[in-house]
Design a protein around this ligand. Sequence first.
Ligand SMILES: Nc1ncnc2c1ncn2[C@@H]1O[C@H](COP(=O)(O)OP(=O)(O)OP(=O)(O)O)[C@@H](O)[C@H]1O
Length: 363
Amino acid sequence: MTEAIPAIELDGVVKEYLSHGETVQAVKGVSLAIGEGEFFSLLGPSGCGKTTTMRMIAGFEEPTKGVVKLHGQDVTDVPPNKRDINMVFQSYALFPHMNVWENVAFGLRRRKIAETEIKQRVGEILEIVDLTGREKRRPREMSGGQQQRVALARALVNRPRALLLDEPLGALDLKLRQLMQIELKRIQREVGITFVYVTHDQNEALTMSDRIAVMNDGLVEQLAGPREIYERPATKFVAGFIGTSNLLSGTVDSINGSAAVVRLGAEDRILVAGPSAAGETVDLTVRPEKITISTEQPEGELSVVRGTVNEVVYLGTYNSYAVGLADGAEIMVFQQNANDSSVTAERGDTVWLSWQPQHSYAL
Ligand SMILES: Nc1ncnc2c1ncn2[C@@H]1O[C@H](COP(=O)(O)OP(=O)(O)OP(=O)(O)O)[C@@H](O)[C@H]1O
């Protein structure tokens, strides 16, 4: 079997800018491959190099080092308009004096495509983005979400092989953004085009992506599917950036079969795979929703720590507990309110927190 050629490849890509006489490394060496038809997100905090990485894929920036390939072809020196890629921005950049139909048809008209084909393609794409019947509207007569759909239609009507989206939902309010996330995923599935999506919003990336590259300080810290990124963050940074995570630090007390026993306080026992010798210092992570809180010491092969409840907050679908441990660390616990919304413990109570060994591991 031959390996499928990736839609987009970055190989050792570095981007340096000269700013006030100093060299700034915006991207410090990124290598990745994006599959044909994949929904791929670049996720990270402001300034981590996401936009610069995307602009190098589009051809608006030239890498200082490294190679950009599209469908196996080296395009490092190819200008943006020759790359068969389209880009959608947060500011929709629609023509205000043109109606929806004209905005979407604009690129095709400029390329002198036959009027009958334009009619068919624009009609088809407006159907996909759910704007059929709104052809005559001007941008200012539409909501933000509708304008974003027009921008999307205008890019997709060119039938690019890949679409790059830079925080396209950033201007929308939370409710509309969540609706558009589902819409975008549906549209991408329907058109089958590779989407590369830049966002600093972890929920957005987790909701839509097939795979996510989590970036920090010009580098990719982890590249994996949403579930793996969430369940098994590879680094402290990823654990802290995605969702709420408890980061603990302890010393290996003993090795017990395949697991190390880590102690924080005298009555604590955390089982983690990875460390191989007593005395090692270990950083580990456990998600708040994986932890069970109880006022009695649990039995069984579980990780168990003892603490005192510092805070209980009722949050509708779940209760949140902040529990202080003997070593001064604080652990967050989320307890679902599926059938019973009563709290297990009150502020000041001594509690035991327990979780399955596979839900925490050494970083
Ligand atoms: N033209 C430029 N000249 C100098 N420095 C730049 C230039 N463009 C970007 N940078 C710097 O490179 C780093 C990465 O910027 P980039 O815009 O790629 O980050 P980002 O992750 O997209 O951030 P944001 O989410 O805020 O857009 C930043 O420190 C930024 O200040």
